[in-house]
Write a protein that binds this ligand. Structure first.
Ligand SMILES: Cc1cc2nc3c(=O)[nH]c(=O)nc-3n(C[C@H](O)[C@H](O)[C@H](O)COP(=O)(O)O)c2cc1C
Length: 529
């Protein structure tokens, strides 16, 4: 086993929450000193995007067949909408003197370590160069202007993470959450693009080093401890006849371009240091690789009764803080529709270029026509036998649906166990169902340590789909990053690292906290826009 793989596995094991002890985090938090959630680069030209909040016609269910949506022309308005629907603010919340923003993409602890960049290669609507998106102001900061002769090949979106923002609250485990958040952001980008009639191509061949060069993350402008780690670069296909992209020329354009501005400090006092995060980040950094093209085999989605537009669903997405434990059972068709939406044969997963490695173990609490108990949803046929071999011999693996690969494993009330496993959080037991996302783990990471990050991204992508599908079904979801890793494995009978649980999720009927006021997402810009 090489050193990088060892470092990654060591990180994973040391950041497991145990029933008797949580992974190490800060002993105290000063909320007055929280790292700034909105990064600014001072000294850049600012491009104000058109007023956010535009409604588009496509229904949420139209996104099942995105080719039926007429593509919007690429201009300042549509590029702004893409950014808003993916990473923009969706509301402000107020409770007493506390006020906090929510965004279209969720984030563990609402800390938002993900930063988004728009890269323009043409001159149609904005000068070619690198732009940092400031969701608070719905504006772009121009970081780099490319030399004038760059060939026009549309726009790209790239994502990075400020690990410190998350580590400030969660300590060692934060690197995991940053990766989940990247997966959610990628999912949010896909849904936003599909709403505009566009699609997302994950440029998975790129090395992290090249992404850093393109975004200027390797420049002196960054404060050492608040640096951004490169994660993802995507091409946005806005027209069927997109011109080819010369990636080498793109990096050269960034290197020979004119750079502006300097990353402002995020201001929090760095009382605790988490060197293990830098170690795992280095060990899991990605070189340039060759990656497969995905041969998409799309299956028909299960019918939904949702009549809302995609923009409505995207902007109303929230995490439930509490669920109604007395809800009437979730209609079975809604349950099946939600689960079918996370299968790799749906439009939402076309951008994911690899066979699925994440499978679900579901704690069914309140679903019409299904006995409460534990169920499994292998997301790939090839995984079925491996999962059967790796889990408890008592599981009966009875297929219960014609429409989706859902298997009954064990009957019984598992509310208490679901709650205990998810760090004693009632959201895992008061819902209609909660679940563990279990990854094919040891083998891929031995082959390539950076796949550790991919596994979390795939979980986040599934999570984002669950969030939106739950809204479309008139209920609500919540991501759960806090769970007792090895207790989940024991419950399922998993004995080694062939499989590991990497994320939990829960879906049910939300209970609103009436004391918390909801304010409009961009009301604060009214005087300015
Ligand atoms: C990776 C991840 C892990 C999360 N873990 C938990 C959790 O363990 N418990 C919880 O109540 N909420 C959890 N959440 C929900 C976040 O707290 C929520 O996304 C954040 O407060 C922003 O609110 P919003 O989703 O309504 O925009 C998680 C979200 C993500 C994306």
């Amino acid at each position: 086993m090489n050193k990088q793989t060892q470092t990654v596995l060591n990180y994973h094991n040391r950041t497991k929450h145990q029933l008797e002890r949580y992974a190490k985090g800060p002993e105290s938090l000063d909320w007055e000193d929280q790292p700034d959630q909105f990064r600014h680069f001072s000294g850049c030209d600012i491009v104000t995007l058109p007023k956010p909040g535009a409604e588009l016609e496509p229904l949420f269910t139209d996104l099942d067949n995105p080719q039926s949506i007429v593509p919007m022309p690429l201009d300042m308005g549509s590029a702004g909408l893409l950014l808003e629907l993916a990473f923009g603010l969706s509301a402000w919340k107020q409770f007493g003197p506390s006020r906090w923003a929510l965004r279209c993409n969720p984030s563990s602890g609402n800390l938002h370590p993900t930063e988004a960049y728009l890269l323009s290669t043409g001159y149609d609507f904005i000068k070619s160069g690198v732009y940092h998106y400031v969701s608070h102001d719905h504006s772009l900061e121009q970081r780099c202007r490319f030399p004038d002769n760059f060939p026009d090949s549309g726009i790209l979106i790239s994502l990075s993470s400020v690990h410190w923002r998350e580590a400030w609250k969660y300590g060692k485990r934060a690197f995991r959450y940053c990766q989940h958040d990247i997966g959610h952001a990628l999912g949010a980008l896909r849904y936003a693009a599909a709403t505009l009639g566009w699609s997302v191509k994950l440029l998975a061949e790129w090395s992290d080093e090249d992404i850093a060069k393109l975004l200027g993350l390797d420049r002196e402008d960054f404060k050492q401890q608040e640096h951004e780690s490169p994660d993802i670069i995507c091409r946005i296909n806005t027209h069927a006849d997109s011109k080819p992209l010369d990636t080498k020329a793109l990096i050269e354009a960034a290197q020979s371009g004119a750079w502006f501005g300097k990353a402002d400090s995020l201001r929090a006092y760095h009382m605790y240091k988490w060197p293990i995060i830098d170690e795992v980040s280095t060990a899991a950094s990605k070189p340039q690789t060759e990656e497969p093209e995905r041969q998409a085999v799309r299956q028909q989605a299960i019918e939904s009764s949702c009549t809302k537009t995609a923009t409505e669903i995207i902007r109303q997405r929230r995490s439930a803080q509490q669920f109604d434990g007395k809800m009437s059972p979730l209609p079975q068709t809604d349950f099946y529709r939600i689960l079918a939406a996370i299968l790799p044969t749906t439009a939402a997963f076309e951008l994911w270029r690899w066979p699925p490695k994440i499978h679900l173990f579901i704690f069914v609490h309140r679903v019409e026509g299904l006995a409460p108990g534990i169920y499994a949803l292998p997301r790939h046929n090839d995984a079925l036998e491996k999962l059967q071999a790796a889990t408890l011999a008592d599981f009966d693996w009875q297929k219960v649906s014609e429409e989706i690969p859902l298997y009954h494993l064990l009957s019984g009330d598992c509310k208490q166990i679901a709650k205990t496993l998810s760090c004693h959080q009632p959201i895992a037991s008061d819902s209609a169902f909660s679940l563990a996302m279990v990854a094919e783990f040891g083998e891929p990471i031995e082959a390539a340590p950076w796949l550790y990050r991919h596994l979390f991204w795939e979980c986040g992508l599934i999570g984002q789909t669950l969030y939106l599908e739950a809204e479309a079904a008139g209920i609500r979801g919540t991501g759960i990053g806090c769970y007792f890793d090895d207790s989940v494995h024991e419950t399922l009978g998993i004995k080694d690292d062939k499989f590991q649980s990497l994320y939990h999720f829960t879906v049910g009927k939300p209970l609103e906290d009436k004391r918390i006021e909801t304010l409009s997402a961009y009301g604060h810009l009214n005087d300015v826009v």
